[in-house]
Design a protein around this ligand. Structure first.
Ligand SMILES: [Mg+2]
Length: 305
């Protein structure tokens, strides 16, 4: 793996956690409420409806790290192992957990169900928000990206709109990690919108909810319209709504494009140190480890035997 790819990958993973930590402050607020309280929020200050400490991350980063660690510890992607990791995470009484995520994990605990029922109400961004480790892991062998993504997403979020958009984010992430070419990324997104005009964001009106179509529009609008990591994150955070998830995913794209050195030092210093350490370790491991899809039965045999 080239040095540039590593720099961009680390930028993306740290950028993701920084977007999460910063967006937690403005989650569920309107742009007007944010402005009257903070002017333009440009610092990691904590607070928000969850009352986070400055630099503390939320479920987005925690679930991603859980997923990444399951892959590393399991010697490959195994959905039962990923599911067990999420159960452990839920038992740790996380600061936040989405209702669709909670239901999916509970159904697994009670019935062993690894795939939630397909539902029009599962078009939230909860599968997407934790998918970055899969993109990083599959970079060396991209044929595994779609099947691993769909399996881990459907554990809690089984919806074709969420599938389409999550896979698209993966393609854009891969393009930026491998090439650092913003125009190439824009071409991918433009082609996607020609095929699926309902996702057009050319008349973006400030949609900012956790509905994955809003997440897509919000991030693409601000990412392609900005010229730095800092500008991208400030714009998405000050858009409010599902600000932590939206800024986290925007942080992946911006961190990949502009690289780890483009992240403002004042933000990097604020990020929870244990989280930053885990991100460094996982970035190295996920880029290096061979990409293996383990089947569920073999994993279960190994666990019982
Ligand atoms: Mg969150």
């Amino acid at each position: 793996m080239g040095k540039m790819v590593h720099t961009r990958a680390l930028g993306a993973y740290l950028g993701f956690a920084i977007g999460d930590a910063m967006g937690a402050t403005t989650e569920f607020m309107t742009p007007r409420e944010i402005e009257s309280r903070y002017g333009t929020l440009k610092q990691i200050v904590g607070g928000g409806w969850l009352g986070v400490k400055p630099g503390q991350v939320t479920d987005d980063t925690q679930m991603s790290l859980s997923l990444g660690q399951s892959i590393i510890d399991g010697g490959g992607f195994s959905l039962p192992r990923v599911a067990d990791g999420f159960v452990q995470w839920m038992r740790s009484k996380p600061i936040d957990i989405g209702s669709t995520v909670r239901r999916g994990i509970r159904e697994y605990m009670l019935q062993g169900q690894l795939e939630s029922a397909e539902s029009e109400f599962s078009a939230g961004n909860g599968g997407l928000m934790r998918n970055f480790p899969i993109a990083l892991y599959c970079l060396k062998d991209w044929q595994h990206f779609a099947p691993m993504t769909l399996r881990q997403c459907h554990f809690t979020h089984n919806n074709f709109i969420a599938d389409e958009i999550t896979l698209m984010f993966g393609e854009v992430t891969r393009c930026l990690l491998e090439t650092g070419d913003k125009l190439a990324a824009l071409k991918l997104v433009s082609r996607f919108i020609i095929e699926h005009p309902k996702y057009s964001y050319s008349r973006y009106k400030g949609e900012n909810s956790g509905y994955i179509v809003h997440t897509f529009k919000c991030i693409m609008h601000h990412f392609f319209d900005s010229t730095s990591f800092e500008e991208t994150i400030i714009r998405v955070v000050n858009q409010g709504g599902d600000a932590d998830t939206n800024a986290a995913i925007a942080g992946i794209l911006a961190g990949a494009l502009y690289g780890v050195d483009s992240i403002p030092r004042r933000w990097r210093k604020k990020l929870d140190r244990a989280i930053a350490h885990e991100i460094h370790l996982q970035t190295d491991a996920l880029l290096e480890l061979p990409c293996v899809m383990l089947d569920d039965a073999r994993t279960a045999d190994r666990a019982s035997g």
